[in-house]
Design a protein around this ligand. Structure first.
Ligand SMILES: [Zn+2]
Length: 213
């Protein structure tokens, strides 16, 4: 599950969104673990430079600590998703605690998109959360958070695994900042040269609000 591109069996078992339309030359950049006052504004500057919109899976606790950074990324036109309140590991967190943590983050983030931290979520948690959320996994994980990997290696991972409809994971965290900030401009330029467009992951939050009115 933690290799750059997970296999079919994993994808079949964990029914979630791993990749978008394979017939469209579009990729979806996503950033996990922010908002961070040190890293998120620099990330926004790079995305603005290329006029690219992305989806940020925010940790509720970080939104609470840095509401101005959260507001900034919304103001720049990016989409947001829920990454739990306390970045919990689903496998080692009991069912109710996990669901309550997601609900707590939801009050701050208000999105129908949910990405389980580490991709670790039990079938029971997944089934329950799928009722209200689209569970977003990934097609390409850059592993930018790994200090043993260089920005060149991260760039290589992106070039090797990206394809139509790929959801690509970066992290706007201090741990990943060096690798991510150096790789991101190169990656965007390379992807553009390959003919890819960029899109945010559609969030049906508004539709659900309308349906429940
Ligand atoms: Zn995370």
């Amino acid at each position: 599950m933690f290799i750059e591109q997970s296999n079919r069996l994993i994808r079949l078992l964990w029914r979630a969104t791993w990749r978008k339309d394979a017939h469209s030359r579009t990729v979806y950049l996503t950033f996990d673990d922010g908002p961070s006052p040190e890293v998120t504004p620099k990330t926004l500057q790079i995305l603005d430079r290329y006029n690219v919109k992305a989806t940020f899976f925010c940790v509720g606790d970080n939104v609470q600590k840095h509401p101005e950074v959260f507001a900034l990324l919304r103001a720049h036109g990016h989409a947001v998703g829920n990454h739990t309140m306390h970045h919990l590991k689903g496998f080692s967190t009991d069912f109710n605690t996990y669901l309550n943590d997601v609900a707590q983050a939801d009050r701050l983030i208000q999105s129908r998109l949910l990405r389980p931290p580490y991709g670790r979520i039990t079938f029971k948690q997944l089934r329950a959360l799928r009722v209200n959320y689209e569970i977003i996994m990934w097609d390409v994980i850059t592993r930018d958070y790994n200090p043993k990997l260089s920005p060149d290696k991260i760039f290589h991972i992106i070039k090797r695994y990206t394809r139509n409809g790929s959801i690509i994971v970066f992290h706007d965290s201090c741990k990943a900042a060096h690798n991510m900030l150096e790789t991101l401009p190169k990656a965007i330029e390379w992807l553009q040269a390959q003919g890819y467009g960029f899109s945010v992951i559609p969030d049906h939050h508004q539709d659900i609000i309308l349906k429940t009115l």
